[in-house]
Design a protein around this ligand. Sequence first.
Ligand SMILES: [Fe+2]
Ligand SMILES: [Fe+2]
Length: 205
Amino acid sequence: MDNKEKELREVQMLGLKLPTDPRWVNLAEKGLEEILTDHAYCEQKAATACISLIQAFPEKEEMVRELAPVVTEEWGHFRMVLSEMDKRGLRLGRQRRDEYVNQLLQFQKKGGSREERLLEKLLTCALIEARSCERFRLLSLHISDPALRDWYHKFMVAEAGHYRLFIDLAKRYTGEAIVRQRWREYLEREAEIMKGLELRGDRMH
Ligand SMILES: [Fe+2]
Ligand SMILES: [Fe+2]
């Protein structure tokens, strides 16, 4: 199996229930400044989410060790987006309400044990990574600018790795069967959320 096939198989294994409408890429590339702005803030939020996990669960030592470099990596992604915008003379706009993430957060079970709360957070992160990965893949295949195709491909590969890491951490701390069950519920809910959101070219999700 060559690398391309391997990547494709990984993306298909993300398990998302609702593939993104392919017209999204056309909408996105019509407003590059908007989509790059939204992307930039997604990377910031990814870094912040890892920092929050470390702050909330310092006793999960392996998780702390494994997420610490991801913070750097996500911040590096933010800087990649900034420099791509600079190169193209585009400006970072303001952050917008993230309806997708807000709705996912509402789905998290509140209360429960520390382990249960950790599970909810890890699966939410895994899901956002999975959807981002799916969308980066579409951009890497279909956006007209060849330089951007390669550029988006790097994000796709990185976010696939993060998705796997969050799932692995969830399994390590709560067990395979529980993760499988709850992950299915998250996937169902995510598909409903996606279906309910307007298809917009200025949003990564
Ligand atoms: Fe990232
Ligand atoms: Fe990520």
